[in-house]
Design a binder for this molecule. Structure first.
Ligand code: NAD
Ligand code: MG
Length: 301
């Protein structure tokens, strides 16, 4: 590696590390597909360099086909982990791409498609992941759905229930099934959101689940501490992912996405992944029940 490249990787201005984007108004059915996003996201496939921080770990990551979950999957593999990827069946093209990147990084990737809103699948997912990986010592509960509805009068019972099933009930079910398999030293990291503290008006159901995830993480962390299993959470701010174009945001807001942060730009998925690596690696052994904000500088509790 040339000296110039090393300098570029080790010393970068966060304002300009990634360009300020102005996404055109676009629409995809839920869930969005990363490959169709304009502009494309950076999931670290060409940039994330591992330093052996998760050597030999066995990780299950939900929502690992795209966006933040895909960036975490790539980072974990580059750090030395084998990864089981959970995603919806229609996301197969995105999942295949991430599998290819992981295998090119010299690690194993196992694809386990299915719907996390189905309670039986949550348990089956853990069983399949344990069988494929030969155990389980890292769980990342990252899958989530976000559908903006401007008026509570239009927020259906079906949407409310499905958002809770997917975003928080699945975390409870997957964690409950996974914990008996996890030896001391294992970790669980849940994806919450800045929405847990600063709810946007069209995201009543979504933001409520994210507050619940924070609370659940802090409670479970205390319960599992004596077993040597650490639980933490990551709270992203505006990160450019397929979630935003599949009705996650009112369409007119897409061009300004992320511009109101102190850094003045949306984050890229690969900028969130190091928080998950830190909370999963043994170097964070005294960090439990924490929520790490990765949001471009917006003050959060
Ligand atoms: P994304 O669309 O790339 O990832 C979400 C993933 O959730 C999908 O890929 C899908 O595989 C999975 N998913 C959704 N419903 C599912 C279901 N019923 N069964 C199985 N899997 C399902 O978008 P993302 O932004 O990377 O989202 C990842 C996480 O980050 C989510 O929990 C989201 O709430 C959270 N988050 C995102 C942002 C942001 O600005 N992008 C900000 C804060 C929090
Ligand atoms: Mg996806």
């Amino acid at each position: 590696m040339s000296e110039t490249t090393t300098d570029q990787l080790t010393f970068q201005n966060p304002v300009t590390r990634y360009p300020e984007i102005t996404p055109p108004i676009q629409d995809q059915p839920e869930p969005g597909i990363d490959q169709y996003l304009i502009p494309h996201t950076d999931r670290g496939q060409d940039s994330y360099r591992g330093t052996g921080r998760l050597e030999g770990r066995k990780a299950l990551i939900t929502g690992a086909d795209s966006g933040i979950g895909a960036a975490v999957a790539i980072a974990f593999a580059r750090e030395g982990a084998d990864v089981a990827l959970s995603y919806l069946p229609v996301e197969e093209p995105d999942a295949q791409e991430i599998k290819r990147v992981i295998e090119a990084s010299g690690r194993r990737a196992f694809l386990i498609p299915g719907d996390l809103a189905d309670r039986d699948f949550c348990e089956a997912l853990v069983t399949q992941a344990v069988d494929a990986l030969g155990g389980l010592d890292a769980l990342v509960n990252n899958a989530g759905r976000q559908i903006a509805v401007e008026d509570i009068a239009d927020l259906s019972d079906a949407q409310w229930t499905n958002t809770f099933e997917t975003n928080i009930h699945a975390i409870y079910r997957i964690s409950r099934a996974a914990i008996p398999h996890m030896p001391p030293g294992s970790t669980i990291v849940n994806t919450t959101s800045i929405q847990a503290y600063k709810p946007s008006t069209p995201l009543l159901d979504y933001a409520s689940t994210k507050a619940a995830i924070n609370n659940f993480s802090k409670g479970l962390a205390q319960q599992l501490a004596p077993k040597g299993i650490r639980v933490n959470a990551v709270a992203p701010g505006p990160i450019w992912t397929p979630l935003q174009v599949s009705d996650g945001q009112p369409k007119e807001k897409l061009p300004d996405f992320g511009k109101n942060t102190p850094l003045g730009r949306a984050g890229q998925p690969t900028e969130v992944a190091p928080a998950f690596v830190f909370l999963t690696s043994p170097e964070s052994s005294y960090v439990l029940g924490e929520t790490l904000n990765v949001n471009g500088g917006t003050p959060s509790p």
